[in-house]
Design a protein around this ligand. Sequence first.
Ligand SMILES: [Zn+2]
Length: 328
Amino acid sequence: MGEDLKEIKERLPLLDYLQQQNWTARPAGHGLEFVGLCPLHPETRPSFYVNAHKNLFYCHGCGQGGDLIRFVELSQHLSFRQSLTYLEQHSPPPDAALLGQAAAFYQRQLDRYPEARRYLEQRGLHDPALIEEWQIGYAPGGSLRRHLLAQGYSFDLLQRTGLVNPRGHDALYQRVIFPCCQDGRIVNLYGRSTGGAFAHRFLPGSKGGLFAWESVRHFPTVILVEGLFDLASLWQAGFRHATCSLGTHLTLNQFRQLCDRPRTVYLALDVDVNGSGQQAAQELAHRLRTEGITPRRVLLPPGHDPHSFFVQGGDARQFQSLLEGAPL
Ligand SMILES: [Zn+2]
């Protein structure tokens, strides 16, 4: 057991795990310490610290702390032993065929639940061709498990993939679903809550490569945004050379994709009040430069991301001038 524990924690560093769960953070002081909003309790000011060197977390808000296993116990409401099982099953590559089936199922639900279309509309995503192209779906909750069991998939596999939670319920419910791909295969599903639940949710495992990368990679100039609604706004405004990292930080794989040829990358990351987006953009620009990429930072009006820029009346011409004025 002791050896297994060590191996799990080495294979899956706490920080990686948190980032896969879409936790966003900024460096705290020097060394390998990061701070962000606590995933374990509601808060508006970041008090959740992760020491990547020690592989430990501590929250000054709720007083919880510990290692990866402890975090899984608390966040997934599992026992110590269940958490180990959960983590052992966390890394193997997902069953692409199964995820494809789940994505297709969710896609069919989109038209059966008007609230899902309404949600997309409210978020400014209104182009039916784009909704189709991205295979956007809806998880109403409570019906996927039955559907997949009827297709012959085992309950065990559904649990291991994370589509069904340890209690046997659909893990994604009342969420708009975006399939995430890697090299043309679906490797994860991103669920955006349409209600009050925690906004962002992935299945366990890698969040995949840069979004829609297959259709963007041939451009010599690329715009990088953080969120899918940012990306949708840009595509709908005609900026089809935009891609999305699904979070403030790029995974190593996403970073490599961006650097797979010499190109100019416009960083249109969120300008948030605590400055973590700006700091992330600066660090990313530096890393890109060392790889021979020309980074340019798009200066959005304070408090804006590309999505809010367009929703609040910005148009393609105005965004184009932001691109042209973007400093190196
Ligand atoms: Zn906390």
